[in-house]
Design a protein. Structure first.
Length: 274
């Protein structure tokens, strides 16, 4: 009898905006229903010890945690099914030489990178929000001149090793179809012309926004904020892949109804092994 073809990977990403008891009660059925091979979580906003207690209950998953000090900001984690091997990378991101914190500490709690089995490199990020304050995008120069080039350099190195999958809250809606009101939102962090130009320049080097490629005409938003208006939002959470990984993408999707009262919703992809 011929060997059965391995099942594709299911990879999910969700900005939880603080991992707590309520989020944990939603993560457990999400894992049971979708059975993802990888679930990347951003903005965990809590301590390593608290996350470890939560994640130890998820007995089918190993985990990687990267927290930030103070813990009320940022924080990322990855849950990886125990039937996979993984090798975590120490992320030597040049942006860590500069700080987006007032006390001058290196940037933490934003990136996790690992090799999944012998197949893909997965890079999960919570990209800095460019920070609109008083009608000014105060962190925009840092975002586009420091952070973006450093992250893009890391991703380009990764894809020379293995086909690479970049997931997470990337904090940019790439085009007008990715926001509910382009005319007014062009002044908002995540949809400024500068952020969109930086992203488009990176994509033009061979990376693929696979959700948009598979859904060229659909308006669907992963971030809905706290607006009561139906149809309000931006597509800030994404799955971007290197050109070598793109042919192996089966399907990309969002899960809009599984998480009540959350400002972000999970995004995901099914990806064949090669």
């Amino acid at each position: 009898m011929a060997d059965q073809k391995p099942l594709p990977y299911c990879i999910l990403s969700w900005n939880v905006d603080c991992y707590n008891d309520i989020i944990h009660s939603w993560v457990k059925p999400l894992l049971e229903t979708s059975r993802p091979d990888v679930l990347f979580l951003s903005e965990t906003k809590t301590t390593y010890d608290k996350l470890r207690v939560y994640f130890d209950e998820l007995t089918e998953y190993n985990y990687i945690i990267n927290v930030h000090e103070p813990t009320r900001y940022h924080g990322v984690a990855a849950l990886i099914r125990k039937d996979h091997t993984f090798t975590q990378f120490a992320v030597d991101l040049k942006v860590q030489a500069r700080s987006d914190t007032k006390d001058g500490n290196p940037v933490t709690g934003r990136i996790i990178a690992f090799q999944l089995d012998d197949q893909y490199i997965v890079v999960g990020t919570y990209v800095p929000n460019s920070g609109v304050r008083d009608d000014r995008v105060t962190k925009l120069p840092y975002r586009i001149n420091v952070w973006d080039p450093a992250l893009q350099s890391l991703l380009n190195v990764c894809c020379t090793v293995k086909p690479t999958i970049w997931i997470g809250d990337i904090n940019v809606a790439p085009s007008e179809i990715d926001v509910s009101n382009p005319k007014t939102m062009c002044k908002m962090a995540g949809f400024t012309p500068e952020e969109r130009h930086s992203f488009s320049q990176f994509i033009s080097t061979g990376w693929v926004d696979v959700w948009r490629k598979q859904h060229p005409d659909i308006r669907e938003y992963s971030w809905r904020g706290n607006s009561p208006k139906p149809g309000y939002g931006m597509r800030l959470d994404n799955i971007i892949v290197s050109s070598e990984a793109a042919p192996h993408i089966i399907n990309t999707f969002m899960i809009p109804d599984c998480i009540p009262n959350s400002d972000h919703i999970p995004v995901g992809a099914y990806i064949n092994r090669y």
